[in-house]
Write a protein that binds this ligand. Structure first.
Ligand code: NAD
Length: 317
């Protein structure tokens, strides 16, 4: 019988890419998502898709007989978390607890939690290793709350938990429909439409960008390699680029001649992120997709999908 994996947040950016990768690898995938941010079109046909909220008691039976859980569903939009901290905590903390409880009751072998580099918001050491954290903002605090319950379940019930702290993941299916989309999608989509890209602040903030396929290589490793159990890993590229450099890279491909518009700084964004990848590399993983390659694949995706969607539904972006 095929091993079955539960992926929460399967209609979102990372979850939808992960589900495809798991199916390709021969796993059966049960995906949960309430479509609050993700879209049904992201979900591969091969996924057993259940549209529901991770806080609902009804999710528990879905975990019976599953071999592992990737818990990715979360409120991920920073401004929404700031505007509605109770909702952020409800989804990212209580929701995580409901997923953990479902996994515990079903005796699921392995639990992988999608944590964030925002855990390092107050730490000014670069590259940043996993040892010390200081979450500050609402999103970071809520993700930390979820991670704390994961650690708690690991200790209380010997649950086999791995925590992954993603840096800036990018690639196809990243949500470009948001009011303020993630930086790369935002630049690409505006420039493809002939609009000037918007830089919040001076453009000097530096981010560690990692391509989603590299992240999925690591997901498979964590799933299949016992050495990853009970550990916390940074998942980044170990290289960072300023927002202005990202603009220049995209402009280098698209050649639009469009100059950025500068708007006031967004609150709660770190000045620098840079992952120390020592722990992940010790397992034999390393990121392989260079930013130039990752960007051209992302541009190709956005050209084919986003602009088509825009054409069929003007005003949707
Ligand atoms: N993308 C990144 O760069 C990044 C960086 C650090 C951490 N992460 C973490 O990785 C995970 C996936 O991120 P993403 O970029 O794919 O985000 P995303 O917003 O694209 O996906 C999250 C998915 O969760 C779903 N969801 C939200 N609330 C839900 C609920 N109550 N019940 C069921 N489903 C719900 C949304 O509809 C969405 O499809 C998140 O946990 C996020 O915190 C992502």
């Amino acid at each position: 019988m095929q091993n079955r994996i539960v992926v929460t947040g399967v209609a979102g950016f990372i979850g939808s890419n992960l589900a495809k990768r798991l199916l390709d690898r021969g796993y059966a995938v049960t995906g949960i998502d309430n479509l609050s941010a993700g879209t049904a079109e992201n979900v591969d046909q091969g996924v057993e898709f259940i549209e529901t909220d991770i806080r609902a008691p009804e999710i528990h039976p879905l975990f019976e007989g599953a071999d592992a859980v990737f818990h990715l569903a979360a409120k991920t939009c920073l401004p929404e978390c700031v505007n509605n901290p109770l909702e952020a905590a409800s989804i990212n903390v209580v929701g995580t607890l409901n997923v953990l409880e479902a996994a515990r009751r079903a005796k699921v072998r392995k639990f992988i939690y999608a944590d964030t580099s925002a855990e390092y918001e107050g730490i000014n050491e670069f590259p940043t290793c996993e040892e010390r954290i200081q979450p500050i903002g609402v999103y970071a605090a809520s993700k930390h709350g979820g991670a704390t319950f994961c650690e708690s379940y690991r200790h209380l019930y010997s649950m086999n938990v791995t925590i992954l702290r993603y840096f800036n993941v990018y690639g196809p299916a990243q949500d470009w429909r948001r009011v303020i989309p993630p930086v790369m999608s935002s630049f690409i989509i505006r420039m493809l439409q002939g609009e000037r890209p918007v830089i919040y602040g001076t453009g000097e903030k530096r981010r560690d960008f990692v391509y989603v396929d590299d992240v999925n290589d690591f997901h498979l490793l964590v799933l299949e390699d016992q050495r990853a159990s009970g550990k916390v890993f940074n998942v980044g590229s170990g290289i960072n680029f300023s927002v202005s450099e990202v603009y220049q890279l995209i402009e280098g491909v698209l050649m639009t001649g469009l100059e950025p518009i500068y708007k006031p700084e967004l609150t709660g964004e770190a000045e620098v992120t840079l992952a120390d990848l020592g722990a992940a590399k010790a397992l034999g993983w390393k990121p392989r997709v260079a930013i130039t390659e990752g960007l051209s694949r992302t541009i190709e995706y956005l050209q084919s999908r986003a602009l088509k969607a825009k054409a069929s539904s003007p005003g949707a972006i």
